[in-house]
Each structure stands twice: as C-alpha cells, then as structure tokens.
Design a protein around this ligand. Structure first.
Ligand code: ZN
Length: 148
C-alpha cells in the first residue's frame, strides 16, 4: 500500500468515526473555532489536570479534513502537557506548510501531510489547532484565579 493511501485511509476513518466527539461538562475551557473560507465550525472543550490536558472533546460541523484533523488532534494531545501540545502544534504546522517529511513523534498526525497538496484546505486542517491554542490560553487564565 502506498503511504499516501495509508494517509487517506486515516483521514477517511477519522471523518467517519470522529474520536472524542461530543459534549464535555464540566470543562475548564470552551472555545469556538470558525473557518469561514470553508464553513468549518467547531467547539473545543477541555479539562485540565494541572498542566496536563485530562479530557478534550469537540463538537461541530465541518468538511472531512477539518473533522478528521480535530479527531486526530484530540487523540494526540489528550494526556499531554501544554508544552507537549504546543510542540505537536508546531510539528503539524511545519507538516502543513513545509515540504519536510513528517517528524518522528507525530504518529498518526503524519496523515495530515497529504493536505499540503491542497493549499485551500490547510486552514481546514489547522482550525482545530488554533482553537486548541486559544483554549489552553483560556484555561491558563482560569487556573490563575484558583485558590490552590
Ligand atoms: Zn474545511
């Protein structure tokens, strides 16, 4: 099987059966993301355990790439620290914008490298990551008013 076929299968699978899809309550942060170019819309919610993402779920409607990307992202960042999530974000950003081969450690996120063949769709794939960055920022502020 060609690598590109494998990547396509991962995207199709995560679009058909999105992981971590649905509501999350209570949540430490809830952020809506919108990609007006395509009409992708998602709400990302997460619950922190200290510096770690304990739970992360998303809801919304979007194209296959935005849904698959959000599904892959939630799987990849669950249980990670803020810094680890940021490192994955950077890795995915390079994947979507450079010709570089997927770096090790990206795991299934490497499937998103196929998206760079379609520059108009890069925003579909990166929407959830920008939403995550914003959500991590929100929960950081919430944590700063904690009495602990
Ligand atoms: Zn889209």
């Amino acid at each position: 099987m060609e690598l590109t076929d494998l990547y396509r299968d991962v995207i199709l699978d995560h679009n058909r059966k999105p992981r971590n899809f649905g509501p999350l309550a209570p949540a430490d942060a809830s952020v809506e993301g919108l990609n007006p170019l395509c009409g992708d819309r998602l709400t990302l919610r997460l619950r922190m355990d200290g510096d770690r993402i304990a739970e992360i779920r998303f809801e919304g409607q979007g194209c296959a790439i935005s849904t698959a990307s959000a599904s892959l992202m939630t799987e990849a960042v669950k249980g990670r620290t803020r810094a680890e999530a940021q490192a994955l974000f950077d890795g995915v950003h390079r994947l979507l914008t450079d010709d570089a081969a997927p770096s090790e450690g990206l795991g299934k996120l490497a499937a998103l490298s196929g998206v760079r063949e379609y520059p108009a769709r890069v925003k579909c794939a990166s929407l959830c990551w920008h939403t995550l960055a914003s959500a991590l920022h929100c929960s950081g502020r919430a944590a700063s008013v904690s009495t602990e």
